[in-house]
Design a binder for this molecule. Structure first.
Ligand code: ATP
Length: 464
């Protein structure tokens, strides 16, 4: 199969209603996308799986749903107001803006003998010196300005009266809502260390980079966990490894992603945030290279300490047995749902040359529609009525769709391209013997199944 490109995925996503450019009728908005009918189902399935596997199934996990607008001091305490920045350069002619680290990475990729350096370890001054030394130009071939630190927190204002409005921020990550509620969760529930709090929700970043489809957007959905523990009781390295195992298991097994497309990348001492003692990224091989999908960091007690200092609140834990009072440490696995979404689309994409078709080989649990129901002919009322009865039989149990347009071959082609695992056809034999044809997406094999056994057959096949 030829190398999969991002353009191929983007075109399919638009054509079939997974992802649309946002506000397209007004010419779109950079790095912003809407999810169509199928994309909405897929996103929901990913979030449900994450919540089910990492929160509901674990006795040591609870969930939370906090605000997008938090008290602005939250972001001062967390360090985002001072240093949530990306290195920005501007094309001196077109005034288009780029991330300096990305320009350097693109330049390095084009060199036959690139200098040995890790871009993630460079600070703004070093990037500026490197760009000047190698005369690195913008993608349009023009010189760029010296890089400067650009804060990517979005600002907005609360209040009705001009001049009296107060500045607030759209959250840059969901994690801070977890830290600021730490005391309330302790006081209102039965949790005891070690335990984790998870949350899924929108985050916002004024990203400079454009053109990476849903990999990097201004508005995106994060799924973050803060796992709190007593560093004197719990070996952080063993716990860190356990979280890496859970992350890998979720991606490789729950989502069914091929292991050869996944790898771990450890942050070096220079790259790691100052408060983190260990950071790993789980990277996926996107069409534009191995890139971060899911990060996990040992953030020590940094965040709770910062909030104690700025709020004066008692964000401590008292051990019920020993009476020891201390500030817990955390391990934080943080993933973007939209990156999981893009990964799943890319990994599922298959050009079946032998059968001249494009297939999205989703794991059945993730497929937007698990089945499609067809009457063989749409102008035969007896077939249509029988197929409607089959649809109504199935619909309460899993997502299914109806199609009576065009011939059966075209309907299969369409369903393959949106990843529907099973197509069920009601034909003239159905009227005689109450059986339907069930066609398998991946093999194109067909079974004849009695309608009385259809639900249990599908239940076994779909493994849901
Ligand atoms: P990157 O280096 O790619 O900008 P990051 O290290 O800043 O990501 P984190 O702050 O660790 O990302 O956020 C946790 C997760 O949120 C990331 O692993 C990624 O999956 C997701 N994420 C971050 N920024 C974006 C974005 N702009 N669009 C979509 N997902 C994002």
């Amino acid at each position: 199969m030829s190398e999969l490109t991002l353009d191929t995925i983007t075109a399919l996503a638009k054509r079939r209603g997974f992802v649309y450019q946002t506000s397209e009728i007004y010419g779109g908005l950079a790095s912003s996308y809407d999810y169509g009918p199928l994309g909405t189902e897929l996103l929901r399935n990913i979030k449900d799986k994450w919540w089910q596997e990492l929160i509901r199934k674990k006795a040591d996990m609870v969930g939370l749903d906090t605000q997008i607008l938090l008290h602005p001091q939250t972001w001062v305490a967390s360090g985002h107001v001072a240093s949530f920045t990306d290195p920005l350069v501007e094309d001196k002619v077109t005034h288009k803006r780029y991330r300096a680290d990305h320009l350097i990475e693109q330049w390095l990729a084009k060199q036959s003998t690139p200098p040995q350096l890790v871009v993630e370890e460079m600070d703004v001054a070093q990037m500026g010196a490197f760009i000047a030394e190698h005369k690195i130009l913008s993608p349009d071939g023009n010189p760029v300005t010296a890089p400067k630190a650009f804060n990517i927190l979005f600002e907005t204002a609360v209040g009705a009266i001009e001049g009296e409005k107060s500045k607030v921020y759209l959250r840059g990550e969901t994690a801070q809502g977890i830290f600021t509620n730490f005391r309330q969760v302790l006081d209102s529930s039965r949790v005891k260390l070690p335990f984790g709090i998870g949350q899924i929700g929108k985050s916002f970043r004024n990203e400079i980079t454009t053109g990476q489809f849903v990999f990097r957007t201004l508005e995106f959905e994060q799924a973050e966990i803060e796992y709190f523990f007593d560093p004197e009781q719990t070996d952080w390295q063993a716990l860190f490894q356990e979280w890496q195992n859970r992350m890998w298991d979720f991606v490789a097994n729950t989502l069914g992603i091929r292991a050869e497309n996944l790898c771990w990348r450890r942050h070096s001492d220079k790259e790691r945030s100052h408060y983190s003692r260990e950071t790993y990224d789980l990277d996926y091989r996107f069409p534009f290279g191995f890139k971060e999908l899911w990060g996990v960091a040992y953030r020590t007690d940094y965040d709770l300490q910062q909030h104690i200092e700025h709020s004066g609140a008692k964000l401590t834990y008292t051990d019920p047995f020993s009476g020891k009072t201390f500030v817990p440490h955390v391990i934080e696995p943080a993933v973007g749902i939209n990156r999981l979404f893009l990964m799943i689309l890319c990994d599922a994409y298959w050009e079946d040359v032998a059968n001249n078709r494009t297939v999205l080989r989703f794991k059945p649990e993730l497929a937007p529609y698990k089945t499609a129901v067809f009457p063989l002919l749409r102008n035969k009322p007896e077939l249509v009525h029988k197929a409607q009865a089959v649809y109504e039989l199935i619909a309460p149990h899993h997502t299914t769709t109806w199609d009576d347009r065009g011939n059966i071959g075209k309907r299969y082609y369409y369903q393959d391209e949106i990843g529907t695992p099973f197509c069920i056809t009601v034909d003239f034999d159905t009227l005689e013997n109450n059986t339907v044809t069930v066609r398998h997406r991946d093999t194109t094999a067909q079974d004849r199944v009695n309608i009385d056994q259809l639900l249990s057959y599908l239940h076994d096949q779909l493994k849901i």
